[in-house]
Design a protein around this ligand. Structure first.
Ligand code: GAL
Length: 394
């Protein structure tokens, strides 16, 4: 019963889809309220089913978050009556551009893209626009193109603020909420800073949020970047790779910490894969293995299961939880809106300038996870099971 209502609604919308994104106007289609269900599976229309394929391009399968994202988007779109062409590109730009070219050729009704290099898709997006295919940038903004119709993501600046706040909390300088600790340790405390991939628009937002938060402590000398490498370009890890982060941390330990990490108290990390590379390097020189054994505080992002397991074991200090189910829901809501000839509801229309235009965005909130939050935020919400947390495997 529910299925046929969904399918009926979708069919009625298909007729409209070819004109759906050719203009920026139209009424708001959604409430914008994030949900935890397959949001696209709502309640419209009365015509018979017709389906239609939506192309979903994800960057890689090596990071468990993108696998979770891909699965959640696919499930939501299918529940809404669409077929899904879900592709992963092994972090290879030509593979992703080819996949998107093929989706366009096959006549997908809408594209949902988490880009590898946010600046590399201009001609694909032009082809999509020429074919009246709406484009939704998924988590990563696509830059340098007028043909990005909508952006679904989290508040990326706030992610950076949360990461830096967590570092300060781990160092004992603040309480968990960022307020000043009543009995902070005396500085200077040595830290190192890592940033994400410089071709990913998000990396700069994370960095800016973090640096703005750390700045007062760096300025008054409470915190010191031991290596002196405090610029984004020095801290950036191309493609967010664990191995690259591990090598950089190895080099920092050799050059600035006598090869054994002496004096290093904390490391700002923008992503769990990078965090694990950093932790490997720290443990390889004999630090830790746990925080209670003196392992420096390392932050993270994405609540990847491998890192949640490390947090549970007192190895990684924190991660920022971005609920991929909610993000997937928003992508489905936006896709449905376009296919209904409407404009998805944005909650931010000023911050995401892609170099050509400000892209209307739906930004979701994030949660910081320490060991004591795993049960309430990740297990109770069924994001991960206790068994997965124990094994570190999805
Ligand atoms: C970013 C994303 C982060 C993290 C990183 C590495 O674009 O916002 O949450 O997943 O990529 O995959």
């Amino acid at each position: 019963m529910k299925k046929s209502i969904i399918a009926a609604g979708v069919a009625g919308l298909m007729a409209l889809s070819m004109t759906a994104c050719s203009n920026g106007g139209g009424a708001s289609a959604t409430t914008g309220a994030p949900t935890t269900t397959a949001a696209g599976a709502a309640t419209t229309g009365a015509a018979p089913a017709a389906g239609g394929t939506i192309g979903v391009a994800m960057p890689n399968k090596t990071s468990s978050r993108w696998v979770a994202d891909g699965n959640a988007v696919k499930a939501g779109l299918e529940a809404a009556g669409y077929q899904v062409d879900l592709e992963y590109a092994a972090d290879d730009i030509p593979t992703q551009t080819q996949q998107i070219d093929q989706m366009i050729t096959k006549g997908v009704k809408c594209l949902i893209i988490a880009s590898i290099d946010g600046t590399a898709l201009t001609s694909q997006l032009q082809a999509a626009a020429d074919a009246h295919i709406p484009v939704i940038a998924y988590d990563r903004l696509i830059r340098d193109s007028p043909n990005v119709d909508f952006y679904v993501s989290f508040d990326n600046y706030k992610v950076g603020v949360a990461q830096a706040t967590s570092l300060l909390y781990g160092l004992g300088l603040t309480n968990k909420d960022g307020s000043k600790a009543s009995n902070p340790p005396a500085g200077p405390l040595k830290v190192e800073l890592f940033a994400g991939s410089s071709d990913d628009n998000n990396a700069t937002f994370f960095w800016n949020g973090a640096i703005d938060t750390l700045k007062p402590y760096l300025t008054d000398g409470t915190l010191v970047v031991g290596s002196g490498q405090d610029q984004f370009g020095q801290a950036a890890i191309m493609r967010w790779l664990l191995e690259t982060a591990q090598t950089r941390m190895d080099n920092l330990l050799t050059a600035s910490y006598g090869g054994n990490g002496a004096g290093l108290k904390g490391v700002l990390s923008p992503y769990d894969g990078i965090s694990r590379g950093i932790i490997n390097a720290l443990q390889n020189v004999g630090m830790g293995p746990k925080i209670s054994d003196g392992l420096p505080i390392v932050t993270g992002q994405d609540a990847e299961i491998e890192s949640v397991a490390l947090i549970n074991k007192d190895v990684q200090f924190s991660t920022i939880f971005k609920d991929t189910r909610k993000l997937a829901d928003q992508a489905v809501v936006a896709a449905k809106a376009f296919l209904e000839g409407k404009t998805p509801t944005a909650n931010n229309t000023k911050d995401y300038d892609n170099g050509v235009k400000v892209v209307p965005s739906m930004l979701l909130e994030v949660d910081t996870i320490n060991k004591e939050d795993i049960q309430s935020k990740l297990i109770d919400s069924k994001y991960w099971t206790q068994a997965q947390v124990d094994s570190g495997q999805a």
